[in-house]
Design a protein around this ligand. Sequence first.
Ligand code: NDP
Ligand code: GDR
Length: 370
Amino acid sequence: MKVALITGVTGQDGAYLSEFLLKKGYIVHGLKRRSSQFNTDRIDHLYQDPHEENRNFILHYGDMTDSTNLIRLIQEIQPDEIYNLAAMSHVHVSFETPEYTGNADGLGTLRILDAVRLLGLEKKTRIYQASTSELYGKVQEVPQSETTPFYPRSPYAVAKMYAYWITVNYREAYGMYACNGILFNHESPLRGETFVTRKITRAAARIALGLQDKFYLGNLDAQRDWGHAKDYVRMMWMILQAEEAEDWVIATGKTTPVREFVRMAFAEVGIELEFKGTGVNEKAYVSFCSNPDFQLEIGKEVLAVDPKYFRPTEVDLLIGDASKAKNKLGWVPEYDLQDLVKDMMQSDVELMRKDQHLKEGGYQVLNYFE
Ligand code: NDP
Ligand code: GDR
């Protein structure tokens, strides 16, 4: 049985990757942070009581900023594969916490690579580094591929650039099997609530159910290449099974503006929107509602722009060329954008219906949006 260690196991990708590897028969070890509350919502269905024998899903406390912890864990676990997914992954927040982001996302990657080297596991342990399309930043060429130059536009992207190159350097210097997956945006019902797609699907569900009046976004013109996280974690595994350690772009090859994602999310539940105005004055109104379950007034304002969500430097356009992964590894995504929106909306409507029941029962429901 192969043994994997996943850092960032409590995140979106960590949860899907754990499920995927467990189905493949792996023993999966996960690194989770100590938190003052339980932080394992996304993986609770995989949880195994520590008193059980022969567990195949084992969680350990740890942190990407703690070398001794990482060295000790890797020594104990002796993993065949490490998936380094842990990161402060929010681009906008990285402008608020640049030093921490550099430490966790940049130096954290070095700590993993160097632990493997220090422990003499260079020939045993394969390493996947969660690199990102944010490396491309300011548009140099489209579509973006493995050969497109980088121009990072946030402390997050700069930290990830260090992580990218230190991964390449350890591969070249010490012959380690270490790869970068340059993944474009991927989303799912498990996506963090403050990333734009999930913010939109949660708000659309809440507005449809009458739990919320309107919501606010930043730059509606930004364009992203959005795929489904389930397709992307499968690719992480395929990358580590390849004969040679290389770097790979994973993307759908299609790009969509944030505004269009908003339109698709509302349309998924029968609500048509009309957008009026431009820039910070742009707003969206209900123009038609075909769903008799939702009591929405035609002309109701549901979306406005709030400049506080604009970033000091923005990445305007991402569109990836994953031909290398498709041709050499045979990767074919199962979901397109419409399937993704459907999956996220179904899940959020179901989740918000629970809130609706709680509210009707007189209980307080979460009313916090970032
Ligand atoms: P999430 O934000 O959902 O998950 C990040 C994970 O990292 C969480 O488990 C988080 O723990 C953990 N983490 C954060 N800081 C630390 C730390 N200092 N020590 C230990 N663990 C830490 O991200 P995703 O699952 O979406 O992404 C996974 C990886 O892929 C990230 O590295 C991200 O930057 C990268 N990436 C993501 C893309 C995407 O579109 N999703 C695209 C390209 C790259 P906690 O749950 O406690 O917060
Ligand atoms: P991104 O994802 O920055 O691409 O990073 P995010 O969903 O945060 O933003 C996408 C685009 O939407 C615009 N936007 C808003 N974004 C947020 N979060 N909130 C808003 O209200 C809002 N309004 C408009 C943004 O300006 C941006 O252009 C994600 C993360 O998962 C990274 O970890 C990963 O590396 C990259 O994807 C690939």
